[in-house]
Unconditional design. Structure first.
Length: 205
Protein backbone atom coordinates (compact mmCIF):
# COMPACT_ATOMS: atom_id res chain seq x y z
CA UNK A 1 0.00 0.00 0.00
CA UNK A 2 1.56 3.22 -1.14
CA UNK A 3 0.58 6.62 0.19
CA UNK A 4 0.58 9.96 -1.57
CA UNK A 5 3.28 12.43 -0.53
CA UNK A 6 1.97 15.94 -0.09
CA UNK A 7 2.30 19.10 1.93
CA UNK A 8 -0.56 20.38 4.05
CA UNK A 9 0.02 23.98 5.11
CA UNK A 10 3.74 23.53 4.36
CA UNK A 11 4.06 20.41 6.55
CA UNK A 12 5.16 17.19 4.84
CA UNK A 13 2.64 14.34 5.09
CA UNK A 14 1.75 11.02 3.55
CA UNK A 15 -1.94 10.47 2.76
CA UNK A 16 -3.55 7.07 2.39
CA UNK A 17 -6.98 6.83 0.73
CA UNK A 18 -9.30 9.79 0.23
CA UNK A 19 -12.03 10.71 0.82
CA UNK A 20 -13.71 8.56 3.47
CA UNK A 21 -16.00 9.78 6.22
CA UNK A 22 -13.37 9.11 8.91
CA UNK A 23 -9.85 10.47 9.34
CA UNK A 24 -6.89 9.17 11.35
CA UNK A 25 -3.85 11.32 12.09
CA UNK A 26 -0.71 9.33 12.98
CA UNK A 27 2.20 10.96 14.84
CA UNK A 28 5.53 9.14 14.93
CA UNK A 29 8.29 9.06 17.51
CA UNK A 30 11.69 10.68 17.05
CA UNK A 31 13.50 7.56 15.87
CA UNK A 32 10.46 5.36 15.39
CA UNK A 33 9.31 6.31 11.90
CA UNK A 34 6.34 5.22 9.78
CA UNK A 35 8.17 2.36 8.12
CA UNK A 36 8.68 0.64 11.49
CA UNK A 37 6.36 -2.32 12.23
CA UNK A 38 3.75 -0.94 14.63
CA UNK A 39 3.11 2.25 12.65
CA UNK A 40 3.31 0.51 9.28
CA UNK A 41 0.62 -1.99 10.23
CA UNK A 42 -1.43 0.53 12.21
CA UNK A 43 -1.64 2.61 9.04
CA UNK A 44 -2.79 -0.35 6.96
CA UNK A 45 -5.29 -1.37 9.63
CA UNK A 46 -6.89 2.09 9.81
CA UNK A 47 -7.25 2.19 6.02
CA UNK A 48 -8.80 -1.28 6.19
CA UNK A 49 -11.21 0.08 8.83
CA UNK A 50 -12.38 2.78 6.42
CA UNK A 51 -10.30 5.76 7.55
CA UNK A 52 -8.36 8.26 5.52
CA UNK A 53 -4.92 8.24 7.14
CA UNK A 54 -2.44 11.10 7.33
CA UNK A 55 1.06 10.41 8.59
CA UNK A 56 2.58 13.71 9.71
CA UNK A 57 6.34 14.01 9.16
CA UNK A 58 8.49 16.12 11.43
CA UNK A 59 11.97 16.38 12.82
CA UNK A 60 13.29 18.71 15.48
CA UNK A 61 16.69 20.08 16.37
CA UNK A 62 18.29 18.63 19.49
CA UNK A 63 18.15 21.99 21.26
CA UNK A 64 14.33 21.72 21.39
CA UNK A 65 14.68 18.88 23.89
CA UNK A 66 16.72 21.11 26.17
CA UNK A 67 13.59 23.26 26.55
CA UNK A 68 10.90 22.80 29.17
CA UNK A 69 8.37 20.00 28.77
CA UNK A 70 5.70 22.63 28.15
CA UNK A 71 7.73 24.27 25.36
CA UNK A 72 8.44 20.90 23.71
CA UNK A 73 4.75 20.01 23.83
CA UNK A 74 3.64 23.36 22.42
CA UNK A 75 6.20 23.28 19.58
CA UNK A 76 5.16 19.83 18.39
CA UNK A 77 1.47 20.65 18.75
CA UNK A 78 1.73 23.86 16.71
CA UNK A 79 3.36 22.00 13.83
CA UNK A 80 0.96 19.04 13.90
CA UNK A 81 -2.11 21.23 14.33
CA UNK A 82 -1.42 23.02 11.06
CA UNK A 83 -2.20 19.73 9.34
CA UNK A 84 -5.15 18.78 11.55
CA UNK A 85 -7.07 22.05 11.30
CA UNK A 86 -6.41 22.39 7.57
CA UNK A 87 -7.62 18.86 6.77
CA UNK A 88 -10.69 19.15 9.01
CA UNK A 89 -11.56 22.48 7.42
CA UNK A 90 -11.32 21.10 3.88
CA UNK A 91 -13.15 17.79 4.41
CA UNK A 92 -16.32 17.21 6.44
CA UNK A 93 -15.36 14.10 8.35
CA UNK A 94 -17.76 12.38 10.74
CA UNK A 95 -15.15 10.78 12.99
CA UNK A 96 -11.53 11.43 13.99
CA UNK A 97 -8.82 9.16 15.37
CA UNK A 98 -5.34 9.96 16.64
CA UNK A 99 -2.51 7.46 16.98
CA UNK A 100 0.73 8.61 18.59
CA UNK A 101 3.99 6.76 19.18
CA UNK A 102 6.28 8.00 21.97
CA UNK A 103 7.02 11.66 21.09
CA UNK A 104 3.82 11.69 19.04
CA UNK A 105 1.76 11.00 22.16
CA UNK A 106 2.75 14.36 23.66
CA UNK A 107 0.53 16.65 21.52
CA UNK A 108 -2.25 14.05 21.56
CA UNK A 109 -2.44 13.79 25.35
CA UNK A 110 -1.45 17.34 26.30
CA UNK A 111 -3.57 19.12 23.71
CA UNK A 112 -6.13 17.11 21.73
CA UNK A 113 -7.32 15.08 24.70
CA UNK A 114 -7.97 18.34 26.53
CA UNK A 115 -10.24 19.70 23.79
CA UNK A 116 -13.91 19.28 22.93
CA UNK A 117 -14.77 17.75 19.57
CA UNK A 118 -18.08 18.06 17.73
CA UNK A 119 -17.81 14.49 16.43
CA UNK A 120 -16.73 11.08 17.77
CA UNK A 121 -12.98 10.93 18.45
CA UNK A 122 -10.67 8.06 19.40
CA UNK A 123 -7.23 8.41 20.97
CA UNK A 124 -4.51 5.76 20.92
CA UNK A 125 -1.17 6.23 22.70
CA UNK A 126 1.57 3.75 21.87
CA UNK A 127 4.43 3.82 24.43
CA UNK A 128 3.41 7.20 25.90
CA UNK A 129 6.14 9.17 27.66
CA UNK A 130 4.69 8.66 31.14
CA UNK A 131 7.91 9.88 32.74
CA UNK A 132 6.81 13.41 31.74
CA UNK A 133 4.60 14.32 34.68
CA UNK A 134 2.44 16.76 32.75
CA UNK A 135 1.61 14.12 30.16
CA UNK A 136 0.87 11.54 32.84
CA UNK A 137 -1.44 13.90 34.76
CA UNK A 138 -3.25 15.02 31.60
CA UNK A 139 -3.80 11.40 30.59
CA UNK A 140 -5.01 10.50 34.07
CA UNK A 141 -7.44 13.44 34.23
CA UNK A 142 -8.71 13.32 30.64
CA UNK A 143 -12.44 12.90 30.18
CA UNK A 144 -11.79 10.64 27.18
CA UNK A 145 -11.46 6.87 27.33
CA UNK A 146 -8.37 6.06 25.27
CA UNK A 147 -6.20 3.10 24.37
CA UNK A 148 -2.71 2.90 25.89
CA UNK A 149 -0.21 0.24 24.78
CA UNK A 150 3.14 0.01 26.56
CA UNK A 151 5.77 -2.63 27.27
CA UNK A 152 6.82 -3.66 30.76
CA UNK A 153 10.48 -3.14 29.78
CA UNK A 154 9.85 0.35 28.44
CA UNK A 155 11.86 2.90 30.50
CA UNK A 156 8.71 5.05 30.66
CA UNK A 157 6.65 2.20 32.11
CA UNK A 158 5.59 2.67 35.73
CA UNK A 159 3.22 0.09 37.22
CA UNK A 160 1.81 2.53 39.77
CA UNK A 161 1.03 5.11 37.10
CA UNK A 162 -0.48 2.45 34.86
CA UNK A 163 -2.73 1.26 37.69
CA UNK A 164 -3.96 4.82 38.23
CA UNK A 165 -5.09 5.11 34.59
CA UNK A 166 -8.22 3.06 35.25
CA UNK A 167 -10.38 5.22 32.99
CA UNK A 168 -8.39 4.07 29.95
CA UNK A 169 -7.99 0.77 28.16
CA UNK A 170 -4.49 -0.33 29.13
CA UNK A 171 -2.53 -3.04 27.32
CA UNK A 172 0.81 -3.94 28.92
CA UNK A 173 3.07 -6.12 26.78
CA UNK A 174 5.29 -8.32 28.99
CA UNK A 175 9.03 -7.80 28.40
CA UNK A 176 8.45 -5.43 25.46
CA UNK A 177 10.72 -2.39 25.20
CA UNK A 178 10.06 1.15 23.95
CA UNK A 179 9.90 -0.14 20.38
CA UNK A 180 7.27 -2.69 21.46
CA UNK A 181 9.75 -5.46 20.76
CA UNK A 182 11.21 -8.16 22.99
CA UNK A 183 14.98 -8.06 22.76
CA UNK A 184 16.61 -11.12 21.23
CA UNK A 185 13.29 -12.87 20.73
CA UNK A 186 11.84 -12.47 17.25
CA UNK A 187 8.81 -14.68 17.81
CA UNK A 188 7.76 -12.83 20.97
CA UNK A 189 8.27 -9.52 19.17
CA UNK A 190 5.96 -10.67 16.38
CA UNK A 191 3.41 -11.74 18.98
CA UNK A 192 3.57 -8.29 20.60
CA UNK A 193 3.08 -6.68 17.19
CA UNK A 194 0.07 -8.90 16.46
CA UNK A 195 -1.52 -8.24 19.85
CA UNK A 196 -0.94 -4.50 19.53
CA UNK A 197 -2.59 -4.31 16.10
CA UNK A 198 -5.47 -6.47 17.33
CA UNK A 199 -5.95 -4.12 20.29
CA UNK A 200 -6.09 -1.10 17.97
CA UNK A 201 -8.54 -2.88 15.70
CA UNK A 202 -10.88 -3.74 18.56
CA UNK A 203 -10.66 -0.24 19.99
CA UNK A 204 -11.75 1.45 16.76
CA UNK A 205 -14.41 -1.14 15.87
Amino acid sequence: MKGKKLKINHVSCTMFEAVNSKICFILSGTGYTYDKPILYYATQLMVEKGYDVIQIHYSFEKDLFAQSDEMISQTIYELVNQVVITQLREVSYKEIAFIGKSLGTIPIVNHYMQQDFHMPVKFMSLTPVLSINRLYMNLKQSKYHSLVIIGSSDPHYDPEKITSLANHQIVVMPDANHSLEVEKDVMKSLQVLKQSIEAIGLFVS
